[in-house]
Design a protein around this ligand. Structure first.
Ligand code: FES
Length: 224
């Protein structure tokens, strides 16, 4: 199997493609593949040239932390949840998420997600249990990994602009549902940073690894 990876030494340097031959298990995940390529002390590309270890992030390897978010064969996915058996063809093309600044190789700086939430004071304060249906929706919204896949696929999101994307909409719903004192302010910033600019492609829901029903969060906030 041929593996093509878009690499970048540091935030200031130019990205470049480097290819590798992969002869490991066919049922590996993309995370397993990267581990396999990085396994030896000396790493060689497919031209036989010695190269450096491939930088990528992971923590849980169970689809929980979101750290391994990257783009594989054109799709934003979690590397630990994406299996080679499910990919088409004999070439795997891997690149970092494009909506965030690259730190090193496949590692990106997603701090803008948290800065957007901090900027508008969208985080949980007092907890208020609701009826069962509401509680289930709150529970689903709270599963957000902040992995950035929803922003990667969103046609409206660009880092640094005023549209903050699905991750922001779900947290707006969650915080306003749990803290009535904040609800009015939250609805205002929701309108400013999401409601007025979402074109409802809903591609965010297609790629969300936690299957968060963003459309339900939007419906609640829009009606409010
Ligand atoms: S390593 Fe945690 S989601 Fe992949």
């Amino acid at each position: 199997m041929k593996i093509k990876i878009l690499r970048q030494n540091n935030p200031e340097s130019e990205p470049y493609w480097e290819s590798f031959d992969y002869n490991g298990p066919a049922d590996n995940s993309v995370a397993g593949l990267l581990d396999y390529l990085n396994y030896n002390d000396d790493i060689f590309n497919d031209a036989g040239e010695k190269t450096t270890r491939i930088g990528w992030d992971c923590s849980c390897l169970q689809g929980i932390c979101g750290a391994c978010a990257m783009v594989v064969n054109g799709m934003p996915v979690l590397a630990c949840e994406t299996f080679l058996n499910d990919l088409k063809g004999n070439t795997v093309i891997i690149r970092p998420l494009q909506k965030f600044p690259v730190i090193h190789d496949l590692i990106v700086d997603r701090s803008s997600i948290f800065e957007n939430l901090k900027q508008e004071n969208v985080f949980i304060g007092e907890y208020r249990p609701k009826d069962n249906e509401e509680y289930q929706h709150q529970y689903d919204a709270a599963k957000c990994l902040k992995c950035g896949l929803c922003l990667e696929v969103c046609p409206n999101y660009t880092t640094g602009k005023t549209f903050f994307g699905a991750v922001f909409a779900n947290d707006c719903y969650l915080v306003s549902a749990r803290n009535h004192q904040k609800a009015k302010d939250i609805r205002k910033v929701y309108e400013e940073h999401f409601g007025s600019s979402c074109s409802k492609s809903l591609s965010c829901m297609d790629v969300c690894p936690m299957h968060i029903p963003t459309i339900a969060s939007m419906a609640k906030l829009n009606s409010a």
